[in-house]
Design a protein around this ligand. Sequence first.
Ligand SMILES: [Zn+2]
Ligand SMILES: [Zn+2]
Length: 446
Amino acid sequence: MNRRDFLKITAAISTFPGQIAIAESLTGSAGASVKLLNPYADVDWGSWGSYKAALHLHTLQSDGWNSVREVTGAYKKAGYSIMSITDHDFFKPNLHVRPGELPPEKASPYPENPKPENYPANTTWPWTDYGGHSPERLDMVGIQGNELSYRHHINSYFNDYGVWYEKTNYDVPYEGVVDENGKEIWEDDQLLALAAAKNSMKGNVEGLGAIFSARLKAGSLAILNHPGVEDSYRWWQRQSLDWYVERFEKHSFDYLIGMEVTNNNTPRRAYDEALWDQLLARFMPARPIWGFGNDDMHKLFSTKQTFNVFYLDKCTSENVHAAMQKGHFCFCRSTRSIDYTVNDCQLDTFPQIQSIAVDQDAGTIKINAVDYDEIKWISSPLSLEPIDDYKTSSQPWEVGNVVHTGSTLDYRNTPGIKNYVRAELLRNDGSHTQRTFTNPFGIVKI
Ligand SMILES: [Zn+2]
Ligand SMILES: [Zn+2]
C-alpha cells in the first residue's frame, strides 16, 4: 500500500481561534494595583479529591515493552485514577519484539481485524480492543490519546488523530511526509488537524467560568512533549525558543494547553524547566501554558516517577477534560526510578498540597501542604536572553528567579515578582529529591 493511503490528515482549518480574553476577570478589582489570576480559584479544597494522572504511556502497540493490560493494571495498583495511553502514531505494534529484544510469545496480537481505519497511526483505544480491561472496570478515567511523533512530539488527547509514514531509512530524521495534495506536513498542520478532529467528548464542558478560560469549549487537547531530549537522537531535533514562542502564539489555548516540564527522558531537568519559565515570562498572564509531569513510560520495570495530581469534584472524564483546560492540577517529580512490576513497589512520598488560599485584599497566596521541607516561589527569569546553545547545552536559558521561600507569599510587596509566579514544594528523603510544582499564577498590574 502506498504510504499516502495511510495518511489521515484532517483538513486544516483556515483561521485561528483568538487568544483567550482575560478582560472579564479584571473587573471588580476595587482599585488594587495588582490582581492575581489564580488557576485554582474554582477548586473547593474542602470537598474535592486529589487524583493521580499518568498522561504519557507506551505499550506493545508501539515501542513499549508491556501490554495494555499490564500497564493499566500496574498503574491502577500504584494508585493512579486517570490514565492516557499515548502510543506513537507512526509505529506499528511490537517494535521490540521484531528485532528479538522481547520473546515472540510477548507479542501483542492487537489490533485484530478489521484494523482501525487509520492503522497503524490509530490510538490504542478503547483499551478493551487491545486486550485490556475497560477504564470503568478498573474504576479509572481513561483518556483516548496519541503521541504525534512526526517532528516535534505532541501528545494529543480526546481524539483519534494520528499521522503515519513509512521509515525507509532510520538514519534520516524527518524524511518528508506529505498529505494527499502533496503538501508537506508540519507541527502546525498536526495541531490544526487535531483541533478539528472528531473528538470523544460529547457536548460542551459546563461551568468554564474561570479566569483563564473565557472561551473554552470541549474538544481535543494537546501539549508539547519533552523539549530537552538530546539533539543527538536521529529522530529528534531540538527547537529554538523562538520556535516555541511561535507555536504558542499561533495556536489557541483552546487546544494547545501546555507542555511537559518534567519527563522521564529529560534527566537534565534545567532545560525543560527553563524553557517553561522563559515562555511564561513572555506569555503570562494573558496566555497560560500549563506544566505537565509525565513519566513517558516504555518499560514498567524502570521508569522515573513523574506524574500529575488533579483536583476534582468527581473523577469523571468530563471533569478531567475541564481540569486540563483550567489548570486544576499540579505535577510531581522524583529523581528516583521505580519498578512497577514488583509486588511491593514503593512509591516515593511527595509534597502534597492540601489547599491554596488567595487573599486578594491582603495580597497573599498561602499554601497548606504536608510532606515537604521547603516551598519556593519562582517568577520570571532575570534574563530573557539565551545563555548557551540550545542544541548542545543542558541549560541554554535561565530558569525562573526564586523570589521567596515559605508557605505564604506577599505578591504585592515581594521584590522580583513580574508577570507570573509559581510555587515548588521540595522534599529530600536522604537520597532523592521529590518536588511538587504548581501551575503559574498570573500577575496583572492595573
Ligand atoms: Zn516522545
Ligand atoms: Zn513518549
